[in-house]
Design a protein around this ligand. Structure first.
Ligand SMILES: NC(=O)c1ccc[n+]([C@@H]2O[C@H](COP(=O)([O-])OP(=O)(O)OC[C@H]3O[C@@H](n4cnc5c(N)ncnc54)[C@H](OP(=O)(O)O)[C@@H]3O)[C@@H](O)[C@H]2O)c1
Length: 253
């Protein structure tokens, strides 16, 4: 009898672009993809931390290079994706400016939307444009949030950006599916990174988070790395237009 074959999780010979690769979840994604064999172009705005990250990856025998990129710039997204298409794009560039909805300033709204949604939008179109031109499929993965599925106090703008991202992904998946381009999101719960440092400094917030996460602990970057590898490669070949919640059960109730 012929047994079914487990798809490979390896990405040997593949090229990946990871934005936000100098810190937190993006750095975790870059390492995860490199460890399964991809060459990873690591992108962020600040070159100091990025260079340090790439040096550490190279020292650990991973194949990586640094690319300065502001995803809020359409021109920079276009330039980053020009030329040979990436097989995998992980967009982990993102920011948060939390405040009560009534206190949100237009400049905070524009900054969050400009990176989390507009940046994600045009990074996706430019990555897909190169894949389409080459007649090649690929996997585009956005680091969204559990806050794309629920609301959160002081998080109206952040939630709007992440809910918008989910709608964008569904629509792009419909448009690009026939070309073999998959686009999905990973929706983490609270993960310990520089972005959430302030939240974790507040014992009341930590208690709120630990009560809401059914697994009873906050997330670590390592909790996201397996999801990145899964969505990047053949194991998820039939998965597009959806989100993978890595939320410890936050949204289960
Ligand atoms: N940590 C969490 O609990 C959590 C939970 C759910 C979702 N997320 C999402 O996960 C993503 C990553 O968050 P994180 O916690 O890993 O944050 P982080 O540690 O603050 O890292 C953010 C990364 O994005 C880069 N970045 C920021 N703005 C950018 C831009 N305009 N263009 C290119 N790169 C940019 C930063 O480098 P430069 O500043 O040098 O550019 C840095 O490398 C975000 O989208 C966030 O919303 C995080």
């Amino acid at each position: 009898m012929d047994l079914p074959r487990t798809p490979s999780f390896r990405l040997d010979g593949k090229r990946a672009l990871v934005t936000g690769a100098s810190s937190g979840i993006g750095l975790g994604a870059a390492v995860a993809l490199a460890e399964v064999g991809a060459h990873v172009v690591c992108a962020a705005r600040g070159m100091d931390r990025l260079t340090e990250a790439v040096a550490a990856m190279t020292k650990a025998s991973m194949s990586a290079e640094a690319l300065p990129l502001d995803v809020a710039s359409f021109e920079e997204c276009r330039a980053a994706c020009a030329g040979a298409p990436f097989d995998v794009v992980v967009n982990a560039a993102g920011l948060a400016r939390h405040s009560a909805a009534l206190e949100t300033r237009p400049e905070d709204y524009d900054a969050v939307m400009g990176v989390n949604l507009r940046g994600a939008y045009f990074l996706s179109t430019e990555a897909a444009r190169a894949m389409l031109a080459a007649g090649q499929g690929g996997s585009i993965i956005h680091i969204s949030s559990q806050m794309a599925h629920v609301g959160g106090i002081d998080r109206a703008v952040y939630c709007a950006s992440k809910h918008g991202l989910e709608g964008m992904i569904k629509s792009m998946a419909i448009e690009w599916g026939s070309a073999g381009i998959r686009i999905n999101s990973i929706c983490p719960t609270f993960i310990r990174t520089p972005l959430t440092e302030q939240t974790f400094d507040d014992p009341d917030k930590v208690k709120w988070i630990e009560d809401k996460i059914k697994l009873g602990r906050v997330g670590e970057v390592e909790d996201i790395m397996g999801a990145v590898v899964y969505l990047a490669g053949d194991a998820s070949a039939m998965v597009t237009g959806t989100s993978l919640l890595v939320d410890g059960g936050w949204t289960a109730e």
